[in-house]
Design a protein around this ligand. Structure first.
Ligand code: GL7
Length: 788
């Protein structure tokens, strides 16, 4: 068994025999790959054992279909979950290398945009930790989310290239390949409906094992790469048409080339629909193949197969599964719909209207002619069974993927309590009335292995010392820390861990040109840049605060570092203006000799999972300031609370549940509720009224308009003082007040630490293990197994 061998020997072995290097010439990447292979060897046995156990116990399998898996780095996760951190550290010390440098060499697998993709990654890890037999299915994008840099304060995008180095974790499976067709025609032939596509690509599988805590179980992340049916057109090549000869390959590969860099808007692109069908169809084929290798009664499919649709991106799974069952396996369509529904369930992740996918019927018919017919049949069958007004799967010439996913799912879930209620009242009001038991809530969670144990070793050591290490896979045990909030020695140790994390971050920022004082309050807003997330509210408040400090620098202000991180979708002009404004404000404030020791703004570029792992452990204040009703859940908010940051936030998404659990006294609430937001929008001139009532807001906006931070920001000021759909102006005054409350609280450091300890102690419920158990119980009806 490889697990018995010495890790150091195995690293040397792989360095020599897998990488062909001797220690004297090895670069850091060689060492990192050697470690990765040595660790991967240790995952293979538990991985096989898990697969064997699933077959032997005839367990139900969960299939998580997601366009995005924002997994970040994998090596550290695996080392931590196998309990090999100390051994790995020692192995590298012997070669005068630091494990941190080796781990830090791994590129982020950025196969996702934001929270939705990161949630999928946390779920994979929890599924393995729990021992729930599961597969993640997605796309092996050649280029993940773009890299961000700043030029004169503006976002510059460049392609991400995580696959330029060998990817040590995956196993290519050329034998696991399916032909995926597009276009063409549908005919009735001998009583059978036959779809003959006009073009096709091959979906080829790449498997990555995902190991759970303590290596007890490992599941598979299977990502599909698109390959041409015919690699090369030799005739065209021989005729001298070299570019033309490579065309089939280029066309096919385009499908898995790039991740759409937009996390909320429907791209409306033919290629996007192709990507969605490509990975969904390949996954369903694979699922059916596996099922049929064990069972020949397709009616039993719902007992063995649970397919979770992560948002509507894989919603074409409904019609495609019906097509496979009906056209290819000969089941009557109505029966096929029933069986498919028994397998499928759908998670809604947003209520933003622009993010609810719709595809023109023309495009759908052109690309997937049989599916368009089946969508009409599903729609008609639903209407027959549920006579009502208004529920259709098409509208104004478009196919509506939300209602389609709803109709084809036996359960539909929202991702926080508030979001689930709003779903029932808004987007799915009529469908909910027809199917009152279908919508359930599963509040999001995050994996404590990555977001506490590996990201924050100082805090983890302290927790383990205080309550033992059982919290790592039973996070609600953190509640045992609660009494320690009143223990001065524990508080001091907690504060010291935070202070050391802040010093690390200050060094990191300093190396990138931002000098910050580690004794200042670290106030962090990291997430995609979006109007509804209101980074502009945060920066406008920063300006107002700066102006107040400048008026009276000696008034005993609490020093603060405002830290921002996040990318804007390349086509989202307003979000890019917000980025530019933050950087422009930073430039002015950071060089102001009157206030420099009291207020700094830092915006490290290229926010990603790895940067989040650095920022969150050092944060003291977590900014969760979206317009109420707009953030479905948020998951960053949970990571901060677990790591002992206090939240300043609105009653939105999971903030509501965080506040309920940590206690209103340990949370800085501000702003309108979701109901008040709706009413406020009806007040004529709401923004101008708010500005007239608050001279601080007016002064901050005037400073932006008059060019204090340079030209070009009129768009933001005009928006905030005009339509202001996201109610920045109307929430400003209360936000400003809450920020002063924050400072008052921070001035008493010991009392602040007490609140921070309570945030950690009371946030154990936000483990993704709890979320996954909820899905297993309420949605998948599946059970955990133990590996042999
Ligand atoms: C999101 C939500 O915006 C976010 O609030 C939620 O935490 C996340 C995971 O459920 O899903 N929905 C969405 O489309 N994206 C999200 O991050 C991109």
């Amino acid at each position: 068994m490889p697990t018995k061998t010495d890790l150091r020997d195995d690293i040397q072995h792989h360095l020599k025999y897998s990488l062909g290097k001797d220690a004297g010439h090895a670069q850091i990447t060689d060492w990192r790959l050697a470690l990765s292979y040595a660790i991967r060897d240790r995952i293979v046995d538990p991985w096989f054992a898990s697969t064997r156990a699933t077959y032997a116990q005839k367990g139900k399998r969960v299939y998580y279909l997601s366009m995005e898996f924002l997994i970040g780095r994998l090596l550290e996760d695996a080392v931590v979950n196998l309990g090999l951190m100390d051994e790995a550290e020692a192995a590298f010390k012997a070669n005068d290398l630091s494990l941190d440098d080796v781990l830090g060499d791994e590129p982020d697998a950025a196969l996702g945009n934001g929270g939705l993709g990161r949630l999928a990654a946390c779920f994979l890890e929890s599924l393995s930790t729990i021992g729930c037999p599961a597969y993640g299915y997605g796309i092996r994008y050649e280029h993940g989310l773009f890299k961000q840099s700043f030029h004169e304060g503006r976002q510059i995008e460049s392609p991400e290239d995580w696959l330029t180095q060998p990817h040590a974790w995956e196993f290519e499976r050329p034998e696991a390949a399916f032909r995926i067709g597009f276009g063409g025609s549908v005919e009735e032939l001998g009583g059978k409906t036959v779809w003959t596509p006009s073009e096709a690509v091959i979906a080829e599988a790449f498997d990555t094992p995902i190991i759970g805590w303590e290596g007890r179980w490992a599941n598979t992340l299977r990502l599909w790469a698109a390959k041409p049916e015919q690699v090369f057109d030799l005739d065209r090549f021989n005729a001298g048409d070299y570019y033309g000869a490579a065309e089939p390959e280029n066309l096919a590969r385009t499908i898995s080339r790039v991740l759409y860099p937009d996390d909320t808007t429907d791209e409306g692109k033919r290629l996007r629909l192709k990507q969605e069908f490509f990975f969904t169809a390949a996954s369903l084929r694979d699922i059916l193949r596996r099922f049929e290798s064990e069972c020949d009664d397709l009616e039993l499919l719902p007992q063995k197969v649970a397919i979770q649709l992560n948002d509507t991106h894989p919603a074409i799974a409904g019609p495609e599964l019906v097509r496979l069952l009906a056209d290819e396996k000969g089941m009557p369509v109505e029966k096929a719909i029933e069986i498919a529904r028994g397998c499928l369930s759908y998670t809604n992740h947003t209520l933003l209207p622009e993010a609810l996918e719709r595809w023109s019927e023309g495009l759908m018919r052109d690309l997937l002619p049989r599916h368009m017919q089946l969508i009409e049949e599903i729609d008609a069958a639903h209407a027959r069974e549920n006579p009502s007004r208004g529920v259709t799967m098409t509208d104004d010439g478009d196919v509506l993927m939300g209602p389609l996913a709803f109709a084809m799912a036996h359960k539909v879930n929202g991702v926080s309590a508030l979001h689930t209620e709003l779903m029932k009242e808004t987007v799915f009001e009529e469908l909910h009335r027809l199917h009152p038991d279908r919508i359930v809530n599963q509040t999001n969670g995050v994996t404590p292995r990555r977001w506490v144990l590996s990201a924050n070793p100082r805090l983890s050591a302290l927790i383990t010392e205080a309550i033992g290490d059982g919290w790592v896979d039973d996070l609600e045990r953190l509640s045992k820390l609660e009494p320690m909030a009143d223990d001065k020695t524990f508080r001091d140790a907690f504060a010291a861990a935070k202070r050391a994390n802040k010093a690390d971050l200050a060094n990191y920022l300093g190396e990138r040109g931002a000098n910050v004082d580690p004794d200042a309050m670290f106030d962090v807003q990291i997430k995609r840049i979006h109007e509804y997330k209101r980074q502009h509210l945060n920066i406008i408040e920063t300006i107002a605060h700066w102006q107040e400090i400048k008026d009276n620098p000696g008034a005993g202000w609490v020093p603060r570092v405002k830290i921002f991180g996040g990318k804007a979708a390349p086509g989202y002009v307003f979000a890019k203006e917000i980025i530019h404004l933050i950087n422009a404000v930073a430039e002015v404030i950071n060089t102001d000799a009157d206030t420099g020791h009291l207020l700094k703004v830092a915006y490290p570029a290229n926010y990603n999972v790895t940067l989040a792992e650095r920022l969150i452990p050092a944060a003291e204040l977590s900014e969760q300031i979206s317009t109420a009703g707009k953030e479905a859940s948020g998951t960053g908010n949970m990571k901060f609370a677990l790591n002992g940051a206090l939240t300043v936030g609105t009653l939105d998404g999971a903030n509501v549940e965080i506040r309920d659990l940590v206690g209103a006294d340990n949370f800085f609430l501000f702003g309108m509720t979701a109901d008040e937001v709706v009413k406020r929008r009806e007040v004529e001139g709401h923004a101008q009224k708010a500005i007239d009532a608050d001279p601080r807001l007016k002064r901050a906006l005037d400073a932006i308009r008059s060019g204090t931070f340079g030209p070009g920001f009129e768009g933001i000021v005009d928006n905030v003082s005009g339509p202001d759909y996201f109610l920045v102006a109307s929430d400003f005054t209360d936000f400003y007040r809450a920020q002063r409350e924050v400072e008052k609280a921070y001035a008493d450091q010991d009392a602040w630490t007490r609140m921070a300890v309570l945030n950690t102690a009371r946030s154990g419920w936000f483990s993704s293990d709890r979320t996954i158990r909820g899905y297993m119980r309420d949605v998948w009806y599946s059970e955990a197994l133990a590996a042999e």
